[in-house]
Design a protein around this ligand. Structure first.
Ligand code: SAH
Length: 356
């Protein structure tokens, strides 16, 4: 009989489990703390659980861990990229990004990604499957064990689209924020989405109160569709409506992410579009330098994309600021280890792209 995996379960799921094996419900809280707060991976460390119950749990359940396959260290920025091997041999990546006052972990939610955004390396590698709650959480647990500093912030900006793995994403967020588990404030957790309107609306009503980032990249429907194919299915306008709704319901400001691509989305017309949009939705904008994805051998328009020159990049940012927009420039840390934004694509896929 296959053992039940305890890691990845919510408190409620653990309570149901203990009831189902005729044990006290309060055991759930103890196990929840041992696994997430204390990050133990053996039952013998659980000193407030009787020996007989520990034996029973060993028979019925397991506490699994992702295997660290490789760690790459960026000498330039001190960023580290972790490659994990899942049970089915899939490889996923997380990136640990140090800053003066924070340590941010960038997590993956899928093996690969089905969206095929033209500027993103993960999109070029194809899609395999959603990650389980356990696989999302364990990226954090394993990196925490490895790091001598406490991870203070989490961004769901690694491989995959969190809102296409909605249920598991929400469960993992709840566990990250729970004071009995990881106790990370929602203010320090950002979920980034390409934009699935119905999920944006649903997200407004989850009890998890975290930040939402939207991968905008163009305010023009046609151009956005060119670089983000799913825009043909979920248009920018539908997403804007959903984001307005999100703000009205939550009063939380949206972050727009905008990768600057030479000749594609960096003109004065684009400035006008951004100014108009930010008057509509209380927000801030992260302007992101385009990181090369040449290592994935992109085809089609992806192969032609280039970063906006530094001079024009700075001018673009200045123009936005002159219009009173709140603009941040995202550093491209970790690009020397293919660990910067949009560069995550594990070697295993390079040889055989999965078609969808
Ligand atoms: N699917 C989600 C999360 C993953 S992408 C989303 O689309 O938001 C996380 C961020 O990295 C997004 O803002 C994305 O647009 C950005 N990104 C992707 N490829 C990039 C590249 N080559 N250079 C810089 N940023 C990139």
């Amino acid at each position: 009989m296959e053992k039940i995996k305890l890691k990845g379960k919510t408190l409620k799921e653990l309570e149901d489990f203990f009831e189902s094996i005729s044990e006290d419900k309060f055991r759930a809280k103890q196990i929840f703390q041992w696994i997430y707060q204390y990050k133990v991976d053996s039952f013998d460390e659980m000193t407030n659980i009787s020996k007989s119950l520990r034996e029973k749990l060993k028979q019925l359940t397991s506490i699994d861990s992702l295997k660290i396959e490789q760690i790459q260290h960026s000498k330039r920025s001190n960023t580290k990229k972790f490659v994990f091997r899942c049970e089915d041999n899939s490889l996923i990546e997380s990136v640990l990004i140090p800053d003066q006052d924070r340590l941010t972990l960038c997590l993956s939610t899928q093996v690969g990604c089905p969206l095929n955004c033209q500027f993103c390396a993960t999109g070029q590698m194809g899609y395999k499957r959603n990650l389980s709650v356990y696989e999302i959480l364990d990226q954090f647990i394993q990196v925490s064990k490895f790091s001598n500093r406490k991870i203070t912030n989490i961004v769901y900006m690694g491989m995959g689209e969190p809102f296409l793995n909605y249920e598991n994403t929400i469960k993992s967020l709840m566990i990250f924020a729970s004071d009995l588990a990881f106790d990370i404030s929602g203010k320090k957790i950002t979920v980034s989405t390409v934009g699935i309107p119905e999920k944006i609306r649903e997200f407004a009503h989850t009890s998890f109160r975290g930040k939402l980032a939207f991968s905008l990249h163009s305010t023009d429907e046609e151009i956005r569709s060119l670089i983000i194919p799913i825009n043909r299915k979920y248009s920018l306008q539908e997403n804007i409506d959903a984001l307005e709704y999100f703000y009205k319901e939550t009063r939380r400001r949206i972050t727009f992410e905008y990768v600057l691509l030479k000749g594609i989305n960096d003109s004065d017309k684009d400035i006008k579009g951004l100014v108009k949009l930010s008057r509509l939705i209380p927000s801030k904008i992260n302007i992101i330098p385009f990181n090369s994805i040449k290592h994935t051998n992109p085809t089609g328009i992806g192969a032609e994309l280039e970063p906006t020159s530094l001079e024009e990049f700075n001018a673009f940012v200045e123009k936005l600021r002159k219009n009173n927009l709140t603009v941040f420039v995202r550093n491209t840390k970790g690009s020397d280890i293919e660990g910067a934004c949009g560069q995550l694509a594990t070697q295993i896929f390079k040889s055989h792209k999965v078609s969808i």
